[in-house]
Design a protein around this ligand. Structure first.
Ligand code: ARG
Ligand code: MN
Ligand code: MN
Length: 298
């Protein structure tokens, strides 16, 4: 499947994480040349949508066990509309975060329109905390729990459809909270940790991931948290964890996803330019996006 139409959804939202700066992510990825890259790949139509995200309120965060719950809800509702609209019009949505709570919006938009997608979640974390298991209260640790319908946080949208645990694959995990481990085991969620990648290699892992998430679903969503990469490659993230994907492992993952021809939507999240070193992480985000859209070495 050749991708001809891309809708870039810029989501300058950083209230889902503990550190300020992720809200500057979309601008830094735009400045790193994502539009030029898309054009040079022969994408025929590119549209850019800016989601007007709520700003950091003065005073204490709203919400109970999910910090800034009101703002997270507002952002996800706005995103849901945009993503559903792009999908309906034949655009592949590429969401530029923002912290990973923006995936609540991407997944709800896709699910709303196309039914449950397969989901490949590339991340040092599993983002499966509910309000009850989260050690931090930060929404960027909860998007998958929300999308699976496990969290208290429910979307305002009428359908309330969720993704299916059988069609979810986690890749590059290496920092899981106790409640998340329990849920992964109890629900039998496919999880390829860094240990598995070390043992099997990225090719085998991606083949298996595509078998699980890429078959029997109308669409396939890839959510790329830049902290899946080793911090030596991607320092500009709010929650870095050592022992991550190498530069080539990450590219190979994207190249294999491109070859599969199955990916229908993408998030690139957690780029935090205030923590970056000279824009490296934003540039890497652009390169990885290009690989996922079919850029090859030769
Ligand atoms: N998308 C992320 N970077 N998530 C980090 C989550 C960290 C931790 N597990 C928490 O729930 O607070
Ligand atoms: Mn994440
Ligand atoms: Mn993460």
């Amino acid at each position: 499947m050749r991708i001809k139409k891309v809708g870039l959804v810029c989501v300058p939202f950083g209230l889902g994480g503990a550190r300020e700066g992720a809200e500057l992510g979309p601008r830094s990825v735009m400045n790193a040349g994502i539009l030029k890259q898309l054009e040079s790949l022969g994408i025929e139509e590119i549209t850019v949508r800016d989601v007007l995200c709520p700003q950091r309120p003065t005073g204490l965060p709203s919400g109970g066990r999910m910090r800034y719950e009101i703002e997270v809800r507002r952002m996800s509702d706005l995103m849901c509309e945009q993503v559903a609209d792009l999908t309906a019009n034949g655009y592949m949505p590429i969401v530029l975060g923002g912290d990973h709570s923006v995936a609540i919006g991407s997944l709800s938009g896709i699910t709303e329109r196309d039914g449950s997608p397969g989901v490949i979640w590339i991340d040092a974390h599993s983002d499966l905390n509910t309000e009850a298991t989260s050690p931090s209260g930060n929404a960027h640790g909860m998007p998958l729990a929300v999308a699976l319908g496990k969290a208290q946080f429910k979307l305002s949208g009428a359908s309330g459809k969720s993704i299916r645990k059988e069609k979810l694959v986690l890749i590059a995990a290496r920092d899981l909270d106790p409640g998340e481990k329990e849920l992964i085991r109890a629900d039998g969620i496919a999880c390829f940790t860094m240990h598995d990648i070390d043992r099997l290699g990225m090719k085998t892992v991606m083949d298996r991931a595509l078998e699980i998430a890429g078959e029997g679903t109308a669409s396939l969503h890839v959510s790329l948290d830049m902290d899946s990469l080793d911090p030596s490659e991607a320092p500009g993230v709010g929650t870095p964890v050592p022992g991550g994907l190498s530069y080539r492992e990450a590219h190979l993952a994207m190249e294999l996803l491109a070859e599969s021809g199955k990916v229908t939507s993408l998030d690139i999240v957690e780029v935090n330019p205030t923590l970056d070193s000279g824009g490296r992480t934003a540039r890497l985000a652009v390169e990885l996006c290009a690989s996922l859209l079919g850029k090859t070495i030769l």
